[in-house]
Design a protein around this ligand. Sequence first.
Ligand SMILES: CC(C)(COP(=O)(O)OP(=O)(O)OC[C@H]1O[C@@H](n2cnc3c(N)ncnc32)[C@H](O)[C@@H]1OP(=O)(O)O)[C@@H](O)C(=O)NCCC(=O)NCCS
Length: 180
Amino acid sequence: MAEHESDRGANPTSAVNEKVARPAPPVVSVERITHQDVVAICALYKKVWEHEATGLPSELLKAWQPTPLEFTSWMEGVTYFAARREGKLIGVIGCEIQRGACRLVQLAVDPDVRRQGTATALVAASIEWARHANAPVVWGDALARFTAAAALLKHLGFAECGVLHKHEWNEDVRLFERLI
Ligand SMILES: CC(C)(COP(=O)(O)OP(=O)(O)OC[C@H]1O[C@@H](n2cnc3c(N)ncnc32)[C@H](O)[C@@H]1OP(=O)(O)O)[C@@H](O)C(=O)NCCC(=O)NCCS
């Protein structure tokens, strides 16, 4: 993923000073999505994957930027949560039960608001949902090149448990799991 450390700003000292000077960001709320959110979610995926596009296979970029009609079909069998701040949709995640385990899918956070706990809140909501569904484990995958996703999942207590080589459009995919 292209942003990584740059999410914090190029100069660590100035980033720290900025953090001290800036007021705390408004609270993020996380809720199940409704059909009324579909257009905003598709716009968010488009923004995220255009931001991450450098070096990514074009098939992947196309597949991960659904139209509203395509996203509506993604919603079948998958529970999606959206994160909002001051009414604006800034993140999304899907969770689905597969053979009794909870899989996380299509996590994405607006590039303008990263490193502010949005993905953390979305994963927490997913884990809560998985507990209610009696799933003993939550797992997810990420292209090996998406080091921010790997850092996030490890930060949230997931263990890296494998790699699938050349699994998606010739890209290696890392697997992560957390027993709950
Ligand atoms: C990965 C992604 C969802 C993280 O969203 P986020 O809201 O910025 O994550 P959070 O603010 O909750 O991060 C929590 C912690 O994860 C780790 N982390 C997150 N992004 C990181 C990065 N770019 N570099 C290093 N560590 C990172 C840090 O430990 C961070 O805590 P800190 O900011 O206090 O150091 C976001 O970067 C994104 O949408 N990336 C593109 C899409 C993608 O890769 N999706 C996942 C596919 S599985």
